[in-house]
Design a protein around this ligand. Structure first.
Ligand code: RTP
Ligand code: MG
Length: 135
């Protein structure tokens, strides 16, 4: 399996809870390397652009409101099978459905405040990494 890169965001709820380090430890223990990182306060334009695929969905405004509600930690994770591995570590979108021991099961409050983002495939990983880190 080739090395892959994926984009990860620790969302405002998890940053506010002081669990950046605990989440980074999970990435590292799973063999994912943090190869780029920066903290940011997203503007509405940046958050809307990032989640543009969801623009027509009923939860779009709530999603953007939440993503700009405080600082986020954005990172590129690298490793074997990184995209799927990160999604596995994250758990299901709704923390109520997330498997025990996943990041969302342990740190997320609700489907809106769900602690982390992770790219969902090779194409989105590429565009999302470029969106925040350029080429
Ligand atoms: P993410 O993009 O943040 O990693 O989350 P995901 O792939 O697990 O879920 P996705 O379908 O891409 O949705 C993006 C974010 O929108 C919110 N959402 N709310 N109320 C709802 O039905 C609903 N569905 C999605 C979630 O906060 C989700 O993380
Ligand atoms: Mg998604």
């Amino acid at each position: 399996m080739a090395q892959e890169r994926t984009l990860s965001i620790i969302k405002p709820d998890a940053v506010a809870k002081n669990v950046i380090g605990e989440i980074y430890t999970r990435f590292e223990k799973a063999g994912l390397k943090i190869v780029a990182a920066r903290m940011a306060q997203l503007s509405r334009e940046e958050a809307e652009g990032f989640y543009a695929v969801h623009r027509e969905r009923p939860f779009f405004k709530a999603l953007v409101d939440f993503m700009v509600s405080g600082p986020v930690m954005i990172q590129v994770l690298e490793g074997e099978n990184a995209i799927a591995k990160n999604r596995e570590l994250m758990g299901a979108t709704n923390p109520k459905d997330a498997a025990p021991g996943t990041i969302r099961a342990d740190f997320a409050e609700s489907i809106d405040a769900n602690a982390v983002h992770g790219s969902d495939g090779p194409d989105t990983a590429k565009t999302e990494i470029e969106y925040f880190f350029g080429r």
